[in-house]
Design a protein around this ligand. Structure first.
Ligand code: ZN
Length: 153
């Protein structure tokens, strides 16, 4: 069986940046399961999976426009420290979930001063070229219920 739309695919993967730093991996965990063609995974990886078979091992490089998008500098904003309520210790690199007009967003603290906190609401992997090492572990037909829901059960 080859990977095509509406197949449930199980993969092991390791994701690295261009410096070889590991950003994410399924190693030591259950394989990642997703439905091909349902946008469960980023487009660049999903496209590369098409036509592969169980046992195939390969590398795929995904550009930001097919990954987590380009960085948008307008998503770096200063907000008053009072927005963080009771939290006293706010340091660069910390991540918070804030409520915006468009619902909750995860932001990363860039810098702070006495009154304001500069936060970055870009996805942490926005603008990053993604290097996946992938091994296909299993392929099966999705059930009709899984296809209705758009995710693996
Ligand atoms: Zn479901």
């Amino acid at each position: 069986m080859q990977i095509a739309n509406d197949k449930v695919v199980s993969i092991h993967y390791t994701l690295k940046d261009n410096d070889g730093k590991i950003l994410d991996s399924s190693e030591g965990k259950e394989p990642l399961k997703y439905i091909q063609g349902k946008q469960n995974i980023i487009p660049g990886l999903e496209n590369a999976m098409e036509g592969k078979s169980v046992g195939d091992k390969f590398n795929v490089k995904v550009q930001p426009n097919e990954g987590y998008g380009e960085r948008n500098d307008q998503m770096v904003v200063s907000i008053p420290k009072t927005s963080f309520g009771e939290i006293k210790e706010i340091n660069p690199g910390m991540q918070f979930q804030l409520n915006s007009q468009n619902g909750p967003v995860v932001v990363t603290v860039v810098e702070t001063d006495d009154e304001n906190v500069k936060v970055d609401a870009n996805h942490p992997l926005a603008g990053v070229e993604l290097n996946f090492d992938v091994e296909v572990m299993d392929i099966r037909e999705a059930t009709s219920e899984e296809l209705d829901h758009g995710h693996v059960h």
